[in-house]
Design a protein around this ligand. Structure first.
Ligand code: SAM
Length: 224
């Protein structure tokens, strides 16, 4: 993916074209990322070493369904690094529901990110209990899951069944070591993909190396 597609941009910085999103909250930084103004528009550099979605774009992600006005359910918001860039992309008419259960990181997510970005709905809940997300209305365009749990594929499927629209996209980050330390990473990814096959058309699997060790991103489409 080399073209600007209006969702993200390639901005020249220190002699290189770097990935960036248009800052929805000009002047506001989330993780000390560089801000660059070009033709009166402020961009935030999007660091692939800090965000696995950015790493996937760098490694030739073929599908990018995050657009202006998209609705996204994001499991494992953490301190909000990636969520903040998706917030830039979906803009004021889109919504990012960010689910996070650990209060320590959720506080940073709330204080540094969600407070400034009105299109983020923070949900401080366990992703294993999607019935308790009272603030999600209707179905979303994309479900993104990065929770590093051994049973995360099943958790993700349960969330998709409740909240993903038919034909919607599902992004699953697989931290291969967290699932089973005794199995080879490639086999782990293949086994997780098998679990998706009854309900999803698997479109692409991306190794996030060198930006992220031991992670893969699986992109699929919900066919239910
Ligand atoms: N996606 C983040 C980013 O790119 O900025 C990083 C996510 S981090 C690898 C995983 C996060 O998932 C942690 O913050 C952890 O607390 C959260 N998490 C793990 N299990 C969870 C669960 N059952 N429900 C909600 N959040 C969970």
């Amino acid at each position: 993916m080399e073209e600007d597609n209006q969702s993200f941009f390639w901005i020249k910085s220190e002699g290189q074209n770097k990935l960036a999103t248009e800052n929805m909250v000009p002047g506001n930084q989330v993780y000390k990322e560089k801000l660059i103004i070009k033709k009166n528009i402020e961009y935030r550099l999007w660091d692939p070493f800090r965000s696995k979605l950015a790493a996937a774009v760098m490694n030739d992600l073929d599908y990018f369904p995050f657009e202006n006005k998209s609705t996204v359910l994001y499991l494992g918001a953490s301190t909000g690094t990636t969520v903040s860039h998706i917030s830039d992309i979906v803009g004021p008419s889109g919504i990012v529901y960010g689910v996070e259960h650990a209060s320590r990181v959720a506080r940073d997510f709330l204080d540094r990110v969600a407070t400034y970005r009105k299109n983020i709905v923070p949900i401080l809940q366990d992703a294993r209990k999607p019935k308790e997300y009272f603030s999600v209305f209707g179905k979303v365009d994309v479900v993104y899951v990065d929770i590093a749990q051994p049973d995360q594929t099943q958790i993700a499927i349960d969330n998709c069944e409740m909240f993903l629209k038919k034909g919607g996209y599902f992004f699953l980050v697989i931290k291969t070591r967290s699932i089973d330390v005794t199995k080879a990473p490639k086999r782990i990814v293949e086994e997780e993909i098998e679990k998706l096959k009854p309900r999803f058309d698997v479109l692409q699997t991306i190794d996030l190396h060198p930006y992220d060790k031991d992670h893969a991103m699986v992109v699929s489409k919900y066919n239910h």
